[in-house]
Design a protein around this ligand. Sequence first.
Ligand code: G4P
Length: 190
Amino acid sequence: MQALEQKILTEGIVLSNHVLKVDAFLNHQIDPVLMQQIGQEFAARFKDQGITKIITIEASGIAPAVMAGLELGVPVIFARKYQSLTLKDDLYRSKVFSFTKQTESTIAISNKHIHSTDKVLVIDDFLANGQAALGLIDLIHQANAEIVGVGIVIEKSFQTGRALLLEKGYRVESLARVESLENNQVTFVR
Ligand code: G4P
């Protein structure tokens, strides 16, 4: 997606050979116009798939997921990473290990919002090693719902996430595919 790649090139900051800072438009400040275009692009790629729900993970997955939900006309559920005061229903839970942060967290959604008849699209901001996406997929499996695919805003193609998801048979659509962050430069998969 050209507008996204351009934004990464102009406003992204390479922090190291494997970390890209995009606080200017995705992870802290959010660019609503770009986010709307991202939602439209996800919707174009996944239309006609009979999607009934979108699932993402807090915090940075919410903005692109909501925009995609608006375009596709379906509700958006975000998995919680922290215990909620009000979320006391029966929960589906999954453990997610972050290689980037070297921490394990438990993600959860209420079983009220996802059912065996649902066709679910997973959306997240970054795909690195795929652990967050696999955690979301696990939650969907617990609900016996169908997984239509995984939509990613920025994929770091030099990490293992994409291969892992494809190997398990999931469709992966990434709007920007970063090939390398070496020499302080962002290059994209062509
Ligand atoms: P994985 O799920 O693909 O295995 O990724 P990993 O555990 O390595 O990533 C953990 C967190 O770090 C996730 O956000 C992920 O989006 C983010 N992340 C991974 N690589 C990058 C990167 O190069 N740049 C940026 N900006 N973020 C990266 P999170 O902790 O859930 O954060 P948030 O959603 O609350 O903002």
